[in-house]
Design a protein around this ligand. Structure first.
Ligand code: G
Ligand code: G
Ligand code: MN
Ligand code: NA
Length: 251
């Protein structure tokens, strides 16, 4: 309850911040970034979004928080318009996704700043598939038609059936870090990662590996055809100003 009350003020008090974690191609060249929320609580210090997003959802604060997040990411892109901007991936919870105004709000923030939907990827988790799949499909098509890319995040930890994946307009699968961590630990760990990459490619999806920490994990993923990489091996999530310094000039 303390967290809920404090979260209400956190935006106004500028305690929330968006960090950006680079996503790189097979050569280590910056190709995208995932926006990750951070909350510095004045008394409790850093509180993980894994903790406060569910609180925001239960209390309805998620609407405000989402609005702020979209606005802040759009402002980041506008401020850095003189640079080559990578695609920005936003984490969207099932609750946010199911909000009837979600797409409209997203588009109005983007268009109001002369940005385009194709500058964004939305990361959704398999939790979504527990709700009415025909609604999910309609919403996916709506987003895709507007120009957004869609990725399935934490892939392999949830409830996707292959038939869902086949019928939804997706662009990428993100292999959950827990699988990446098992690479080289045992044969099964390796086999699961191979299976995810092959399945992604069979469905014509690009595959992103998350939580890549060691050169051995990277080598294995690359040898097995993984397309994109994210993890401490290249960079931790960075404050916006620090991330902006990595961006080459445009033109
Ligand atoms: O970066 P970190 O490991 O602390 O993130 C913890 C969890 O919080 C991850 O599952 C991540 O997807 C989620 N998360 C981070 N930022 C956001 C956000 O802006 N919105 C939502 N819905 N989840 C987020
Ligand atoms: O659930 P989601 O995939 O959105 O969460 C990504 C989370 O993983 C973020 O909280 C981010 O801080 C964390 N993360 C990113 N790279 C690494 C990494 O290489 N190792 C570990 N342990 N965590 C990572
Ligand atoms: Mn994510
Ligand atoms: Na993930």
């Amino acid at each position: 309850l303390i967290i809920q009350n404090d979260l209400r003020d956190a935006i106004d008090k500028r305690q929330l911040e968006i960090y950006y974690q680079p996503i790189v191609d097979e050569y280590g060249v910056l190709a995208g970034a995932e926006a990750l929320l951070r909350w510095r609580h004045p008394m409790f210090g850093f509180i993980s979004p894994a903790e406060f997003i569910p609180v925001a959802e239960r209390s309805g604060l998620i609407d405000n928080l989402t609005r702020w997040l979209i606005k802040d990411v759009c402002e980041f892109l506008v401020i850095n318009a003189d640079k080559q901007l990578p695609k920005i991936s936003l984490n969207i919870s099932a609750r946010q996704f199911n909000d009837v105004d979600f797409v409209e709000r997203l588009l109005s923030e983007i268009k109001g700043r002369q940005l385009v939907a194709s500058a964004f990827e939305l990361e959704l988790t398999e939790h979504l598939f527990l709700t009415d799949i025909s609604l999910v499909k309609t919403r996916f098509n709506e987003l895709r038609q507007a120009g957004f890319s869609i990725a399935i995040d934490d892939f392999g930890t949830g409830y996707s059936s292959l038939s869902y994946l086949q019928h939804l307009p997706l662009s990428r699968l993100k292999i959950d870090a827990s699988f990446v961590r098992n690479i080289g630990e045992n044969d099964r760990g390796n086999a699961i990662v191979n299976a995810i990459i092959e399945m992604g490619h069979a469905l014509k999806l690009d595959v992103v590996a998350e939580g890549v920490e060691t050169p051995a994990q990277h080598a294995y993923l690359k040898a097995h055809g993984c397309d994109w990489f994210q993890g401490y091996l290249w960079s931790k999530p960075l404050p916006a100003a620090e991330f902006a310094r990595l961006l080459p000039r445009a033109g």
